[in-house]
Design a binder for this molecule. Structure first.
Ligand code: NCD
Ligand code: ZN
Length: 346
């Protein structure tokens, strides 16, 4: 399967993706659809995707925005609120198009103000999800302003993740975009119903990347980049061959002027060269043979979906990322803008 310069992979899936809506959706969707067969679509629109009816409508808009002849399956998620009813969970499962429910602690990140204020409000919905096997996708950061931003994921484990799994031991949980050694260790020692996604940017950069030569707003995302020891732990988890860890880009496009601002938005746009960035990260630790499981198999297995059958080919070929991309009358700065990536999708 692998030699030094080419890599053939079963077509991968992206288990955590922000596609936005309207003209922004149309601008970014081809980047993901070129590489991935499917993606788990985050529901943090304005207003958020809180019901199956809204998810079905959003899914149709995504399909309508696809370039002609391109096949791509959007897997929809619901945005959990304090008011999500058990009936809504039943409908979500019955729809066949909703594959997860996203927990944003209220105020944790972009468009999370309608998120959950206290999981105690979600008992019926969570019990129904546990019963029906609908996974909970967790943005695992506490919102307590007393807690240092670099510690918010670690503290979430103690305060919320452990109690959650104690109350709902059979609930399928995806610890989204893990960024710390503590999160990787937690997932490793949890039972098989607990898994995690890992982004390319957290595999490739540590927190220094936010400050090299001055403030780098395009390297600001949530959860925030962490110390090198955490990046090393994530690389170890991603390349371990353990099926609990799989690909989720958390590609989160924001217009250039909203990133390069006095109060800049959180999110990196990585979809433009996502699989290539992951290949570079795996190659960097001589683990290209572990990329296919991580990118193409383990996520589908966890969600109980069939693995893809077509293939993609990557070549070791340095290429330059554009300095900027068109974005809804504005511009979008992709990760590595104006710089090179070492692998290229053919
Ligand atoms: C995401 C966004 O912009 O929607 N931002 C981010 O930094 N990752 C929201 C999120 O996943 O936290
Ligand atoms: Zn996200």
């Amino acid at each position: 399967m692998t030699n030094i310069n080419t890599l053939t992979l079963t077509r991968p899936d992206d288990w955590h993706l922000h596609l936005r809506d309207g003209a922004a959706l149309k601008a970014v969707l081809p980047d993901s659809a070129r590489q991935f067969a499917r993606a788990m679509i985050m529901p943090n629109l304005r207003p958020p995707v809180t019901s199956t009816a809204l998810a079905v409508g959003y899914r149709q808009r995504i399909l309508a925005a696809l370039p002609a002849g391109i096949h791509f399956e959007p897997l929809m998620t619901l945005y959990l609120t304090d008011n999500t009813r058990a009936e809504e969970i039943k409908q979500a499962v019955a729809s066949g198009v909703v594959h997860g429910v996203k927990l944003y602690p209220a105020g944790a990140t972009t468009n999370s103000d309608s998120g959950v204020t206290d999981l105690a409000h979600c008992k019926k919905a969570l019990a129904e999800m546990e019963k029906l096997g609908l996974p909970l996708l967790v943005h695992a950061e506490v919102t307590d302003v007393q807690v240092d931003i670099f510690d918010r994921e670690r503290v979430f484990i103690e305060r919320h993740m452990i109690p959650l799994l104690k109350d709902y031991p059979a609930l399928k949980v995806v610890f989204e975009h893990i960024t710390t050694k503590e999160a990787a260790d937690f997932v490793l020692r949890s039972p098989a119903n607990v898994a995690a996604t890992i982004t390319a940017h957290h595999l490739l950069m540590n927190r220094n990347a936010m400050f090299v030569g001055g403030v780098q707003p395009h390297h600001y995302c949530l959860p925030i980049l962490k110390r090198e020891e955490h990046r090393q732990a994530l690389l170890k988890a991603a390349t371990s061959g353990n099926a609990k860890f799989f690909l989720g880009t958390d590609s989160a496009p924001h217009a250039k002027h909203t990133k390069e601002a006095a109060c800049g938005c959180a999110g990196m746009y990585t979809a433009h060269s996502a699989i290539e960035l992951y290949a570079e990260a795996f190659d960097g630790v001589n683990a290209l043979d572990k990329l296919e499981g991580f990118a193409s198999f383990y996520g589908a297995d966890f969600y109980g979906l069939a693995r893809n059958t077509e293939c993609i080919e990557l070549r070791r070929q340095s290429w330059q990322i554009p300095a900027s991309l068109p974005f809804d009358g504005d511009s979008l700065i992709p990760l590595r803008a104006g710089q090179t990536v070492a692998w290229k999708l053919q």
